[in-house]
Design a binder for this molecule. Sequence first.
Ligand code: NAP
Length: 393
Amino acid sequence: MAKKIAILGSTGSIGRNALEVISALEPAFEVVAMSAHHRVDLFCEQIEAVRPPVAAMTDPQAAQACRKRLGNCGCEILAGPDSLVEIASLDEVDIVVCAVVGAAGLPAALAAAQAGKTLAIANKEPLVIAGELLTRTARQHGATILPVDSEHSAVFQSMQSGCSAEVDKVILTASGGPFRNKTAEQMRRATIREALKHPTWTMGPKITVDSASMMNKALEVIEAVWLFGLPVDKIDVLIHPESVVHSMVEFVDGSVIAQLGTPDMKLPIQYALTYPKRVRGVCDRLRLDRLGKLTFEPPDLGKFRALTLGFEAARSGGSAPVVFNAANEVAVEAFLAGRIPFGAIVDSIEQCLEAHTNQSHLLSLEELMATDAWARQYTAQHLSASFKTVIQK
Ligand SMILES: NC(=O)c1ccc[n+]([C@@H]2O[C@H](COP(=O)([O-])OP(=O)(O)OC[C@H]3O[C@@H](n4cnc5c(N)ncnc54)[C@H](OP(=O)(O)O)[C@@H]3O)[C@@H](O)[C@H]2O)c1
């Protein structure tokens, strides 16, 4: 029988890749629900092509436009942020692919865990802000969380060479992004176009900017802590510009096991869907003979301050990662709107962390959301006081 899938964020970069992977794996998988936020045209096209019985648009006005456009097409269109939770916990769904961007995915990821689903998670922000709550909920309700992020998929695959007690270190690789060879000052003044020009990966705008600041790697360090139950001091980051070695695990005997592949998100998406099996899919084969060499270097922590702050937030734990993530989401949005320079992103995260008093107990969803809201408001106010005009288009 086909595995039934809900894709949260089907119009995004990961969502579109997931649809491509699933279409190549039919009839073993079937999309029975999907969601988007506000992109009506693309979502209507996807609904017409996939014909799921139910779909959700988190922006109510966009949902209305979608209903009007599709008429009586046999797909029920749910509306509003709660609709995401609704499709994540539908009885008939086996696997929830969480490909929403940002903290907005947290309630649905939690609902999928509570409903005992297999949660194929690309959306790293919920694990960063609520890693303990999410993994504990999954354990309590028999849900399985499988990584889709390429680095964590690589670690997950490499981990199968030993047991967790035998792991000495996890080495997350990073492309270094578009500013790897730029000075700190050039990076501070980078334009939107420069920040969005990723050398190896094609992704949504938020994660692309996060990759340029290496905030993405910082979020991934915290994500790895929760996905693999590791202390942060067992996690290292290594720059690997070719993005072919997706990450590695060093075991106690000194063996280093890595997973390699082309830089294509379809591979980790497919592995999360077919795990523990491997099947032929749509990905290109890696040609190491054509690549010639693979290079590695340590990250410049003085230049990529987001990474340093991320390690500190991971060590502090408690509410620090919530603040770290929320301040970044607000600052990246302001940068993409042309309101602040690139360098102000990390400055405002640092400022928000300094203004915050860490709460170290296990936070409830309500407490997490309240901290998230505080950090968003603090950062928004700080940025609008510091930058009063649009500085670039
Ligand atoms: N792209 C990658 O290669 C990659 C790799 C590893 C991990 N990830 C992670 O996967 C997640 C998705 O990344 P992406 O690059 O696919 O992002 P994206 O291209 O920006 O797509 C985001 C998706 O989320 C929806 N969305 C946006 N705001 C929302 C909200 N407030 N509530 C509910 N849904 C909302 C969007 O709908 P609309 O299109 O209608 O706005 C879209 O479907 C991120 O957490 C990212 O860090 C991505």
